[in-house]
Each structure stands twice: as C-alpha cells, then as structure tokens.
Design a protein around this ligand. Structure first.
Ligand code: KIV
Length: 279
C-alpha cells in the first residue's frame, strides 16, 4: 500500500511506529521499498556518504534532483521525501518555494524536508501553501555545522531544551506534516512527541518518538569514516562487499574468472573466416 503524509498521520494516531531510511539511487530504493519501510529520505547526507564531502554544505539542488528522481523510480510504496540543500531556502521565502517546486517536478519527490525551527517557519508556511508537504528537521541540523561548531547533541541545557520545544511547535504551526528530531535527549524527544499532533521521526532521539530514521549506509556498516553514537549496525554489508571485491580480484588474477559458462559462443567457421581475413 502506498504510504502518504496521511498514512504517517494515521500511524501516529493509531500508535504505530513509522520506519524511514535514506536512499540515494534506484536499486537501493527498490530494496528499502521491498523491506516495507514507510518512508525514504533522499537526504543531503548524500554529500557525506555518496560524494565524499566532509559535510552537507556543498550539496547542490542539481545533486538532490538527480538522486531524488532515481529514488522515486525505485520506490513503489514508500513515501519519498527529499532534502532541500543548504542555501536553497534560507535566503528567502521565494527561493524556498521555487526550489521545493523543482524537487517535486524534476526530482519527483512527494514531500520535501528542510532544517530549522521558528527561523524557517515562513518558508515552511509558503511551501505548504503551494501544496507541497513539508517535513521539518530540528535539534542537530547538519547544514548549520559551522554555526554549531561541531556535531553536538542539542537540547541538553535549559535554553536549548526550551528552544527545541518552541521550534517543534513553530514547525507544526507552520503546517509541516512531520518533524525529524536529531541528536536530542530521549526524554525531551518523548516530551515533544507527546506535545505534537504531527509525527516525530527520531535519529539519536531515543525510542519515544513516533518513528525512526537512519542513513542506510550507516546501519549496514557500509560507511566507515565515523559512527555516530545512535547508529546500530543491523548487518555488516561493508564486510560482505569487501569480501566479494577481494574474491573477484583473486579470480581475475588467477585466471579462473570468467569461466566457460560466462562466455558467448561463435561458430568455428566464422572465427576461421575472421582469422583468414586478418591473418
Ligand atoms: O540527510 C539526512 O540523511 C538526514 C537524516 C540524518 C535525517 O537529514
């Protein structure tokens, strides 16, 4: 069954947990979809795990459109949410609406996600007014890494905890259908989840949120540059891939791959004729 923003709302009302993972390409999107995951985020974590940048700041609209369209082609039932990259919405409400529209039209997203709370409430309102569903993202917002001065958990002191609750309410009031809570204390995330009517999706926010999201390359142990505290390895796909590559390398060098069964046949008389022609 196709997941929509309405499905997400109903799941919160029914007390059912929502699962989300990132994906950045067609084949991975098909696998995530086949596993029954409710939503796929084409995250700007693309910059870290697919493009090798140290952060998400350099990711462009063109990067997001390209990968979003590939994921949308592979996702049959999962809701496809695409990240608005850094500086595609911060400078003006106009930019925000135009760029959200491009992610829908060219990237075939079914919703967009943007980072920030009260500061971006006007942008969220305007995008929602254009009939584009918006997922908010508060707590640790990686696009603000240079302002934060590092990847630190948020909401741990009184000011920051109050700001988190205020941001969550602002995002909801602006019309977002859901909000990501990243790297916030579990009890605070659970409190925000109780206060909001819209579903909260946690990443490093404990088990009390309405849903969970992880970067697929993190939870499959494919990305090894660093491992955030909240990541659990659900499979060691990185090791499986490395073993496969090493086995290939060995067989190529030993001359055992390709074997007879991998070859295409040619009639002997045709080959003889080719050899006669070219000597
Ligand atoms: O870009 C991303 O993958 C994200 C998730 C970590 C929520 O924003």
């Amino acid at each position: 069954m196709k997941n929509t923003t309405v499905t997400f709302r109903q799941m919160k009302q029914n007390g059912e947990k929502i699962s989300m993972l990132t994906a950045y390409d067609y084949s991975t999107a098909k696998l995530v979809d086949a596993a029954g995951i409710n939503g796929i985020l084409v995250g700007d974590s693309l910059g870290n795990v697919m493009l090798g940048y140290p952060d998400t700041v350099s990711v462009t609209m063109e990067d997001m459109i390209h990968h979003s369209a590939a994921v949308a082609r592979g996702a049959e039932n999962a809701l496809v949410v695409t990240d608005m990259p850094f500086m595609s919405y911060q400078a003006s409400v106009y930019d925000a609406v135009i760029n959200a529209g491009r992610l829908m039209k060219e990237g075939r997203a079914q919703a967009v996600k943007l980072e920030g709370g009260r500061k971006v409430a006007e942008q969220i309102k305007a995008i929602v007014n254009a009939d584009i569903p918006v997922m908010g993202h508060i707590g640790l917002t990686p696009q603000s890494i240079n302002a934060f001065g590092g990847y630190k958990a948020q909401g741990r002191d009184l000011d920051s905890a109050k700001r988190l609750v205020d941001d969550a309410l602002a995002v909801q009031e602006a019309g977002a259908f859901s909000v990501v809570l990243e790297c916030v204390p579990a009890e605070l995330a659970a409190y925000v989840t109780e206060k909001l009517d819209i579903p909260t999706i946690g990443i490093g926010g404990g088990a009390g949120t309405d849903g969970q999201i992880l970067v697929y390359a993190d939870m499959l142990a494919m990305f090894s540059d660093y491992k955030p505290k909240f990541v659990k390895h659900f499979a060691n796909v990185g090791d499986v891939i490395k073993a496969g590559f090493a086995a290939y390398d060995e067989e190529v060098k030993a001359g055992t791959y390709p074997a007879e069964e991998h070859n295409y046949a040619i009639k002997a008389e045709i080959l003889d004729e080719v050899k006669k022609t070219f000597g």
